[in-house]
Ligand binder design. Structure first.
Ligand code: 13P
Length: 252
């Protein structure tokens, strides 16, 4: 059975003190939560990863990275390697977030290298993709998503997919307050599963967790998560508030 996942992407928010307060609140609120098949992830900024890994110790909250460089090591000023992340206890990394694609020039080709590096290091890739508003307005959203998946992931062997989580984030819904309707999310997630089945097989397609991201809030989480192909969410703004994030986790 594929895992349900609620992940908080803190982006460039929360200094050390704020991160500490937030993780402590989450830990306390989740003390009696029955995780069963549900994973709860938080992705703080790089400088706070190490201290949060320690703070999350003995809880079921997983601390993950927001990005990673594709090279093993070397002259890449300002970048962070897989080995550096693993060495402080990080096991998963978000790759290809639309903000990385649009503000930092991350292309499908770079992302496919990042995926390879992640998997080579036995880490999990939380691979983000999604169409722009103009893609949806011109009814190209399926084509765009298909090409992002093909270029970023379809070179992988079937066995590599056990370390892949997908996060569909339509760019027009990120931080805008405008959410894809539960029907739009379900339609895209079912499409994603169908093309994975076509490329690989049905078991693999059924085993991969596909998260939805884009203005998920306590008020809309339950309906979005109720859709059969939506396995959880990648949460931005609402993950910065403990009560909101907990409410979203409880909606899964
Ligand atoms: P918001 O939830 O703020 O729309 O952000 C979504 C997102 O980008 C998560 O990675």
């Amino acid at each position: 059975m594929r895992a349900k996942i609620v992940a908080g992407n803190w982006k460039m928010n929360n200094n050390k003190d704020e991160s500490k307060t937030l993780i402590n609140e989450l830990k306390n609120s989740l003390k009696d939560f029955s995780f069963n098949n549900t994973r709860v992830l938080v992705a703080p900024t790089f400088v706070n990863l190490s201290s949060l890994v320690k703070r999350a110790n003995k809880s079921k909250i997983e601390v993950v990275a927001q990005n990673m460089h594709q090279a093993k090591n070397g002259a890449f000023t300002g970048e962070i390697s897989a080995d550096m992340l693993k060495n402080i206890g990080i096991k998963s990394v978000i790759l290809g977030h639309s903000e990385r694609r649009s503000y930092f020039g991350e292309t499908d080709a770079i992302l496919s290298e990042k995926v390879n590096t992640t998997l080579k290091n036995n880490m999990e890739a939380i691979f983000c993709f999604g169409e722009l508003l103009e893609d949806r307005s011109s009814e190209n959203h399926f084509k765009v998503v298909e090409s992002q998946l093909k270029n970023g992931l379809f070179h992988l062997e079937a066995s590599a997919w056990k370390n892949i989580v997908l996060a569909y984030e339509p760019v027009w819904a990120i931080g805008t307050g405008e959410t894809a309707s539960p029907q739009q999310a379900q339609e895209m997630h079912a499409f994603i599963r169908a093309i994975i089945k076509e490329k690989y097989n049905e078991t693999l397609a059924n085993n991969v967790s596909i998260l939805y991201g884009g203005s998920v809030k306590p008020s809309n989480a339950e309906e979005i998560f109720s859709k059969p192909d939506v396995d959880g969410g990648l949460i931005g703004g609402a993950a910065l508030n403990a009560q909101d994030f907990i409410a979203i986790i409880k909606a899964i």
